[in-house]
Design a protein around this ligand. Structure first.
Ligand SMILES: O=P(O)(O)OC[C@H]1O[C@](O)(CO)[C@@H](O)[C@@H]1O
Length: 383
C-alpha cells in the first residue's frame, strides 16, 4: 500500500510540494474572504504535519466519511494511505472554501478559473482544428488523443518538472487492437467511460465517444463524471456542458453530442463513489450492476488507474488482467503515468527505463493502453 510519509517518495512530494502550490493558486484565483482563507491555510498545515480531523458534524457526508476513516481519526496524515489522504484533502478543501456551505460560496468550483482558462486557451483551438484532418480523425488517432489528453491534468501542472508531460516518451503497452476487437465483437453494445480531467482531456474523450456512437462501435455511451470538484481538474457535469458548448462552437461533432444527450444515446452520470477514497474493488452494488452490463468500460487517467488496480507498489510485471480482472466488465485503461503504480510492464522494459529515465513512472511522458477481458459477460449480480 502506498503511504504518504516515505521520505523522498512521490506521495510525500504531492503533500509537501504540490499542495502548498495548489493552495497558493486557489487563494490567488478567487477573492475568498478571511474565513475561507484561514480555513484553507489550516487544512494545509494539518495535512502536512498535523493529525487527521473529521468533517464538521453538519456536513452532508460527515457520517459517510467517519465510517471511511474509522481507526484513522486523530492519527498523523503521513501514516495514511496515499489514495485515501488525497481524496480526503480535496473533500476538506471544498469544506474550507464553503462549497457545500449555506453561504455565497456554495457551489463555486475552487478550480473553476483554471478550468475555464484552459478551455479558452489556444492549445484547445489547435486541437479542435485537427479534427478536420482525415489523419487526425482516424479511429486510432482518436484513441491516441483521448489517451495523451490525460497528460493535460492541472494538478500535475502544479509542480511538474519543466518539460514533464510534453513530448511522448512512449507507449509502454499498446493493447489497442484488443480494444477495437472487443468492440467489434460486442457489435454495438453499451460502452461506459469513466472520465478523468475536464478540458483538454475531456474534449478528445467526447470526440472518441462521438466516433463510437457514429460508427456503431457503441449503441449507447454512459459517461461517468465526478459529483463535485476533485483533484483540481476532474470533470463534473458543469465541465461536460462547457466542453460540449466549446465543441459546438467549433465543429459539427458538438452538435452531434448535444443531440446524443437529447436522445439518450449519450448519458452523463455521476455517483458519490467517484469521489470516495476507495478502490474499484469496492464498487457499490448499483454501479457494479451498471458496469456489468457494458460491452466495454474505458477507465481514463492516473487516479482511476490507481483505483482500478489498487494503489500499491505492485511488481510491475504483474499481469494487468490479474490486477484489473475483478472489474465487472471488460475494461480498458487509457493512462499516462503520473504516479508510482504500474502493472503489466515487463521486467526488461522496467530495467531499461529505471536506468535511462528514473522519473518514468511519474513524469507523464509514458502511457499505457491496457485491456482486461476477464469481466466480459459477467452476470449482473456478480460480486
Ligand atoms: O488526472 P489524473 O491522470 O488522474 O492524475 C492525477 C494524479 O495526480 C496526482 O494526484 C498527484 O497529485 C496523482 O497522484 C494522481 O494520480
Amino acid at each position: 500500500m502506498i503511504r504518504c510519509d516515505l521520505p523522498g517518495s512521490f506521495a510525500r512530494s504531492v503533500f509537501h510540494e504540490r499542495h502548498p502550490e495548489l493552495v497558493r493558486r486557489v487563494l490567488a484565483a478567487l477573492p475568498y474572504g478571511p474565513g475561507e482563507r484561514a480555513a484553507v491555510e489550516r487544512l494545509l498545515a494539518e495535512s502536512t504535519g498535523g493529525l487527521l480531523e473529521p468533517l464538521p458534524a453538519h456536513a452532508h457526508d460527515a457520517a459517510r466519511w467517519l465510517e471511511w476513516g474509522e481507526g484513522r481519526w486523530g492519527r498523523p496524515w503521513g501514516e495514511l494511505p496515499f489514495l485515501w489522504a488525497e481524496s480526503y484533502f480535496y473533500r476538506r478543501l471544498l469544506e474550507a472554501t464553503g462549497y457545500f456551505g449555506a453561504g455565497a460560496w456554495q457551489g463555486v468550483d475552487p478550480f473553476g478559473p483554471f478550468k475555464a482558462a484552459e478551455l479558452a486557451g489556444a492549445a484547445v483551438d489547435e486541437e479542435l482544428a485537427a479534427l478536420d484532418d482525415p489523419d487526425g480523425s482516424a479511429p486510432q488517432a482518436l484513441l491516441g488523443s483521448a489517451l495523451w489528453g490525460n497528460r493535460a491534468d492541472l494538478s500535475f501542472g502544479m509542480t511538474a518538472a519543466p518539460g514533464a508531460g510534453s513530448g511522448a516518451g512512449g507507449l509502454l503497452v499498446d493493447q489497442s487492437a484488443l480494444f477495437w476487437g472487443e468492440l467489434a465483437r460486442a457489435d454495438g453494445g453499451r460502452v461506459c467511460v469513466v472520465a478523468d480531467n475536464a478540458g483538454r482531456e475531456l474534449l478528445p474523450d467526447l470526440v472518441l465517444i462521438d466516433h463510437l456512437l457514429g460508427t456503431g462501435g457503441a449503441a449507447r455511451v454512459l459517461l461517468y463524471v465526478k459529483p463535485q470538484p476533485y483533484f483540481v481538474s476532474d470533470a463534473t457535469m458543469a465541465d461536460v456542458l462547457a466542453s460540449v458548448e466549446r465543441l459546438r462552437a467549433a465543429h459539427p461533432v458538438g452538435e452531434r453530442l448535444w443531440r446524443a444527450m437529447g436522445d439518450g444515446t449519450l448519458v452523463v452520470r455521476t455517483h458519490p463513489f467517484f469521489c470516495a477514497p476507495l478502490p474499484f474493488h469496492e464498487l457499490p452494488a448499483d454501479l457494479r450492476a451498471e458496469f456489468a452490463g457494458a460491452a466495454m468500460t474505458i477507465v481514463k487517467g492516473d487516479l482511476n488507474y490507481r483505483r482500478l488496480v489498487g494503489d500499491r507498489y505492485w511488481p510491475p510485471s504483474t499481469p494487468f488482467a490479474e490486477a484489473a480482472g475483478h472489474f465487472p466488465s471488460a475494461v480498458t485503461a487509457l493512462r499516462t503515468l503520473k504516479s508510482e503504480v504500474v502493472v503489466g510492464v515487463d521486467d526488461a522494459t522496467v530495467g531499461r527505463l529505471d536506468s535511462s529515465d528514473p522519473a518514468w513512472r511519474t513524469s507523464g511522458r509514458h502511457a499505457v493502453v491496457q485491456v482486461s477481458v476477464s469481466g466480459r459477460g459477467r452476470p449482473r449480480s456478480a460480486g
